[in-house]
Design a protein around this ligand. Structure first.
Ligand SMILES: [Zn+2]
Length: 247
């Protein structure tokens, strides 16, 4: 028995055996882990209130001898009710959880990632929308040390073209100069304002986002390139993209 206490965010909950659940957690002390919540679907279970998806909890776990931990106790610290009261917010919450699950490393404590995850869910609870979602993507990529080069072409090292249009290719590895863009069949054209927005979002606190004035075009362009960047680094499209296309 190796018991430990940690703050943890529930990223995903799925049924397991008769009345148990498997819970994917992002914990402050041990990074991403999977735990069994025994008997959680029994009416008498005291665990149920502390494993709601996207809630922030104080948990007691047992690391045991396998990779599967056991959830012993959970006390909800923040239920994030506003996130559950709107379909759009809940969908963006599900997307944020999916991103965290894909970028987080098993059993790798990353306090910064934990704080970003928590700030993200708290942010979505008060201001769920496209801009918050783009900001979270940008911050997660930045926190993981995966930001692209905004100045130099990823192919030849010349300055990136930013006059009237910017060229981007997720498969090539980022932004491009005009000469390289001419040689490529598959590339995405976005406005220079969308590239600037990516850089602005790296430095602006999440609770200051409402101060920004952004256009639908900027947000749409940024979404296109961020999705390519996410696929480049996770190896696959996110499942929740089909749900959030309207959000
Ligand atoms: Zn180039």
């Amino acid at each position: 028995m190796v018991q430990y206490k940690t703050e943890a965010i529930v990223l995903r909950l799925r049924k397991y055996r008769e009345a148990d659940a498997l819970v994917t957690l992002l914990t402050k002390e041990r990074g991403k882990i999977t735990a069994v919540a025994k008997g959680i679907y029994k009416p008498s279970s005291s665990l149920r209130g502390g494993v709601q998806p996207y809630s922030i909890n104080e948990m007691m776990l047992d690391a045991g001898r396998s990779t599967l931990h056991s959830l012993l106790q959970s006390q909800c610290l923040e239920m994030l009710l506003p996130l559950r009261q709107s379909y759009d917010a809940l969908t963006l919450g599900a997307y944020w959880a999916e991103l965290l699950e894909n970028f987080g490393q098993e059993e790798m404590p990353e306090h910064e990632l934990y704080y970003l995850a928590k700030a993200g869910f708290l942010g979505l609870a008060v201001n769920a929308g496209k801009l918050m979602s783009r900001a979270l993507e940008v911050r997660l990529i930045q926190q993981q040390g995966l930001s692209p080069d905004f100045r130099l072409c990823c192919r030849c090292g010349q300055p990136v073209t930013k006059d009237k249009v910017c060229f981007f290719s997720g498969s090539e590895g980022g932004f491009l100069c005009g000469s390289c863009a001419k040689e490529l069949q598959e590339l995405t054209r976005i406005s220079p304002a969308a590239l600037s927005l990516w850089q602005v979002l790296e430095n602006l606190a999440l609770d200051k986002l409402t101060r920004l004035t952004v256009t639908e075009e900027q947000l749409g362009d940024l979404a296109k390139v961020l999705r390519q960047w996410i696929v480049r680094h996770t190896g696959r499209p996110m499942k929740t993209w089909s749900m959030i296309n309207k959000v």
